[in-house]
Design a protein around this ligand. Sequence first.
Ligand code: 13P
Ligand code: SF4
Length: 303
Amino acid sequence: MNLSQEILKQKKEKDVVILAHYYVDGAVQEIADFVGDSYALAKKAAETDAKNILFAGVPFMGESAKLLNPDKHVYMVDTTAGCAMADMIDAKEVKRVRTQYPKAAVVCYVNSSAEVKAESDVCVTSSNAVRVTEKLPQKQIYFIPDSHLAHFVAESMPEKEFIYHDGCCPVHQKIDADSLKKAKEKHKGAKVLSHPECAEDILALSDYVGSTADIIHYAREDQTKEYIIATETGVFYQLEKENPDKKFYPVTDCQVCPDMKKVTLEKILQILEHLEEQKEIVLEEHIMTQAKLPLEKMLALAE
Ligand code: 13P
Ligand code: SF4
């Protein structure tokens, strides 16, 4: 039996569902039970009836799964993987800004810790941030931690007043306008599809802005044959698999999230073989109670 076959056998025997983000390696996406963007993964995690969830992604995704489906045992493939953006804000800072702007709604991108979510009013993902934020009755919005996503959302609702945090995703931050202009020059006629974690000058040069799932959906439906992709390179696996007749180019050669790439088939098999000895995600009681509320509110408002 090869590695993938062994994984499929083990996960069935141990009642494990493997949820993978589009940024992990293609080989991992291939053996996963479900691959999606952060929003689809949160919904899937909330619905699954498997006893165990193994998350091929980063901690905020596993924590969201635990918060939305607390009876499940949730494991991460690599517990040393983190999210640099999530680390850019803590609960203390949210409390501090809240006292400064008591009327503001705290809108928290899911790329954040459970402690930060516990201090927030509602969560959003990149695919529903506009839809959810525009439904909030508050005029003032304190949007954390990603300033680029915050500006993208703010642009479509000028009636609201945004308070920004200066967080960002270092992977998307490295995608620069000069490289994008050069890529457009090189691949004339190619459409630019970008993730809203990119800086504003990248979004201004783009034909379409959306979450990873939105980008994949756009490329599937669109008639163009060539695309420049401004997000993490993991999405190329689905893009190329679904569209063998189309061409996809990165903007730079550094669109790689080192944390997402810590997820490997070897580690997945190792965990499945020794599941009983693995450390599962455990959150403090008060965090469980508080942090699930903004996530549940997101699921309700995003429909
Ligand atoms: P989406 O899954 O919402 O596209 O977000 C990308 C991301 O940064 C996940 O880490
Ligand atoms: Fe975090 Fe950026 Fe990596 Fe996504 S791509 S997990 S936001 S560091």
